[in-house]
Write a protein of this length. Structure first.
Length: 255
């Protein structure tokens, strides 16, 4: 749980073989284009995912595993860590790539791109159809696929759950300092669980309505996503505030 701030920073990995987010994305692209290349199984990673203001209505924010919100009236910072899940409903290649044989897979997107454009969205008001202006979002995602079972083996650190919420009272000056550069740091190793190919990609298409914080209305989003994953064991999770202050940590990375 988040306690007092620890005035220590994360130590950089000593080995040059440890993959950061950019290198992991590159390694996944190489493996995707050349499946016969060397396996990524066993490669170590340390990736830092920026926390985002959850009030922003973009797919990059809505899909992020690391979000924050500050309540000025209460002087309270809420930190949210939320992993997604790969399922037949949100991933097109689920059965063809052998994923039903694997444990339930949680997801943590660590990199990606989004292109937005305006589009016409048809909605339904009771029995009549209404055409409204909305947003078309084309998303490319790179993420970890992490086995998790509430009553069994998990590839997450002890005491860490797929959804964590922490609230901390602090003044505005401290809040601004902490969220500037705040990251969710995941450390562990890549695994091969029998999925084919090892780096697997699929598509998602869907629609959602996101509340708009500036007016009393909603923004209709049409989403087309290309998602690529590699299975992983996450050994350590850290929340690191601006200036390198460690706010919370679960587990410990292998030496």
């Amino acid at each position: 749980m988040i306690g007092g701030l620890l005035a220590i920073g994360l130590l950089a990995a000593a080995s040059g073989d440890v993959l950061d987010g950019a290198k992991l994305r590159g390694a996944m692209e190489v493996a995707r284009k050349a499946p016969a290349a060397d396996s990524l199984d066993g490669r170590r990673f340390q990736i830092a995912i920026p926390f985002v203001d959850e009030r922003k209505r973009t797919m990059k924010v809505l899909q992020s595993p690391a979000r924050w919100r500050y309540d000025y009236s209460r002087g309270e910072l809420t930190v949210m860590i939320g992993l997604g899940q790969i399922s037949p409903q949100n991933y097109s290649g689920f059965a063809a790539q052998g994923l039903p044989k694997l444990p339930a897979l949680q997801t943590a997107f660590f990199d990606g791109d989004e292109v937005r454009s305006q589009t016409t969205v048809r909605t339904f008001d009771q029995l009549s159809a209404v055409e409204e202006i909305g947003q078309q979002s084309y998303v490319t995602n790179y993420g970890l696929a992490i086995p998790y079972a509430a009553d069994g083996a998990s590839a997450l650190p002890p005491r860490f759950q797929p959804f964590m919420v922490h609230k901390v009272r602090m003044d505005q000056q401290t809040y601004h300092r902490l969220v500037r550069g705040m990251t969710l740091v995941l450390e562990g190793r890549l695994t091969a669980l029998g999925q084919t190919p090892e780096v697997f990609c699929g598509d998602y298409w869907g629609r959602l309505s996101a509340p708009d914080t500036h007016i009393d209305d909603t923004v209709n989003l049409v989403v087309k996503a290309r998602q690529c994953f590699v299975t992983a064991q996450v050994e350590k999770v850290s929340v690191v505030g601006g200036g390198g202050a460690v706010l919370a940590t679960w587990g410990s990375a292998a030496p």
